[in-house]
Design a protein around this ligand. Structure first.
Ligand SMILES: Cc1cc2nc3c(=O)[nH]c(=O)nc-3n(C[C@H](O)[C@H](O)[C@H](O)COP(=O)(O)OP(=O)(O)OC[C@H]3O[C@@H](n4cnc5c(N)ncnc54)[C@H](O)[C@@H]3O)c2cc1C
Length: 477
């Protein structure tokens, strides 16, 4: 019987395995998933403690990229899909030590509404004028890649970069806009500049078209459940991992092995041999690496050292999340938003804070609130080497200073994510094209995961599905 080995039991590995079974129409072949840790899920880790639902890593996925949501529906979790709360959707930005509302209508960094920007206390008058001038700035003639920092400075000005784009991307990608590739990270903005000559013009036009489509769509096409920009699951994203694991492990000829560290791959007898720490090599007709790029580099070194070197050029940064629960009655702050982001120029110890129990229902007991802070990233990793106690103390000091919270927490939990966030730096697309071409020379061998074709959960799911179809074709299923 043909055999597919998947290395890595994060969302990419599990979604790939599920997709292999989904599309194989009962054909017989074996799947073995090998995961280094005892726990499946990789970056996705949900814990339930004392009535709180805590996300150690990701807490949601983007609905604009529908693949994660579709997967949830296919595995039977459609009824558990959870939108963000209706009220208090504001995001705040820390500026000169105070929280200011991110002007309504600003989409990532592009203003689409005049009044909220004009009356915003976040941006200075010269900064607002500079942002409005974006409408008249000619498009770039050079078609090569560019840093996000340069792109935003060029189109919207330095203040928009420092106070809006930089902290927002740091909150999502933990990245540095001066090294991030705008093409790989925000291809839509590059396209807007290309198509409309202006991000503001393009964004407003797109929104008008979207509204028109919604107005004209027949009623029966209306979604049955509310879909917001960010979606999660009622019991946390761990629910998706548990459900996928259950479905995959119950399918025929499928084995999930945890606590198994893969140490290398060799090409052998027209297929592959997967080496495992402690012995027990496994022969495979197809191998799918769903582990970080630097792990993939170690595994391919035995048969393609150049590919290994290239994989190592995809950098990763480390972060930590600190979730802190308080009694509601101890908090004077109105918590009138989903949280705040912190520009680098503010020189703080945290990058962002999500007011988790405001953003999503069911995250804290009725009488409590849950706040989650982000530490580290490309800005400052010094706190990552501190003990949990020190990190919690530092985060509490920041919350006291920024939000006036000096209450004793009822819960505090640190999750460290060392080398867990790939960075799409300038030239990422060319690097990935090179890697894709190289990998295509090895029939039945594939790479998936957030390092290559999209950084979020939805992208990992989508690419897993693409790879699953290729692997099925390869093994003739
Ligand atoms: C703090 C944080 C917050 C995030 N927030 C969001 C968010 O809100 N929304 C979103 O869409 N995305 C978010 N992301 C990104 C998201 O986590 C990733 O897109 C996604 O989880 C990547 O999944 P993956 O399976 O590719 O990789 P991983 O989750 O890293 O899984 C890879 C697995 O491979 C295993 N492995 C590695 N080497 C070996 C080996 N040699 N042998 C066997 N197994 C091995 C690892 O142990 C791991 O389990 C966040 C990431 C972090 C770190």
């Amino acid at each position: 019987m043909k055999r597919v080995v998947i290395i890595g039991g994060g969302i990419a590995g599990l979604a790939t395995a599920y997709s292999l079974r989904e599309h194989s129409e009962g054909k017989d072949f074996e799947i073995i998933i090998l995961e280094k840790k005892e726990r499946l899920g990789g970056n996705i880790r949900t814990e339930k403690i004392g009535g709180f639902i805590i996300e150690g890593g990701p807490d949601c996925f983007l609905s604009e990229k529908p693949w994660a949501m579709e997967l949830c529906k296919r595995v039977g979790l459609g009824d558990n899909l959870l939108p963000t709360n209706e009220q208090n959707r504001k995001i705040f930005v820390l500026s000169r030590g105070k929280l200011h509302v991110l002007p309504e209508g600003v989409i990532l960094m592009v203003p689409t509404k005049i009044l909220p920007l004009a009356t915003s206390s976040l941006i200075s008058i010269p900064g607002k004028i500079r942002m409005a001038l974006e409408l008249f700035i000619p498009k770039r003639s050079d078609k090569g890649d560019e840093s996000l920092g340069n792109f935003v400075r060029r189109r919207l000005g330095t203040e928009a970069l420092d106070k809006i784009a930089e902290p927002l991307v740091a909150g999502v990608h933990a990245g540095d806009p001066e090294t991030m590739s705008v093409r790989a990270s925000f291809p839509k903005f590059v396209q807007l500049e290309e198509d409309y000559g202006s991000l503001i013009k393009g964004m407003v036009r797109k929104m008008e078209l979207l509204k028109k489509t919604h107005r004209e769509a027949p009623k029966k096409d209306a979604p049955s459940a509310k879909v917001t920009m960010f979606m999660t699951l009622k019991n946390g994203l761990g629910e998706l991992i548990e459900t996928l694991t259950g479905k995959v492990s119950k399918s025929r000829n499928t084995v999930i092995r945890t606590g198994v560290n893969v140490t290398g791959i060799q090409k052998k007898d027209g297929g592959y041999e997967v080496a495992i720490e402690g012995g027990g090599d496994i022969k495979a007709d197809s191998v799918i690496i769903a582990a970080p790029a630097y792990s993939a580099a170690n595994l391919v070194r035995g048969f393609d050292s150049e590919l290994a070197v290239k994989l190592l050029t995809i950098p990763y940064v480390s972060t930590a999340t600190v979730s802190i629960g308080f009694k509601k009655s101890d908090i004077k702050h109105p918590l009138n938003g989903f949280g705040f982001v912190v520009p680098k120029i503010e020189k703080r110890k945290i990058m962002a804070a999500t007011w988790t129990s405001v953003k999503f229902k069911y995250r804290a007991p009725e009488d409590s609130v849950l706040i989650r802070c982000f530490v580290g990233g490309s800005k400052d990793t010094s706190l990552l080497s501190a003990s949990d106690e020190e990190m919690i103390r530092a985060v509490r000091e920041e919350l006291k200073d920024i939000m006036g919270i000096d209450a004793k927490p009822v819960l505090a939990k640190v999750y460290r994510w060392i080398n867990s966030m790939p960075q799409y730096t300038i030239g990422h697309e060319e690097r990935i094209n090179w890697i894709d071409e190289r990998v295509s020379a090895y029939p039945g061998f594939y790479l998936v995961g957030s390092a290559y074709h999209g950084i979020g959960i939805s992208d990992s799911v989508r690419y897993g599905e693409i790879v699953a179809k290729k692997a099925l074709h390869h093994i003739g299923a």
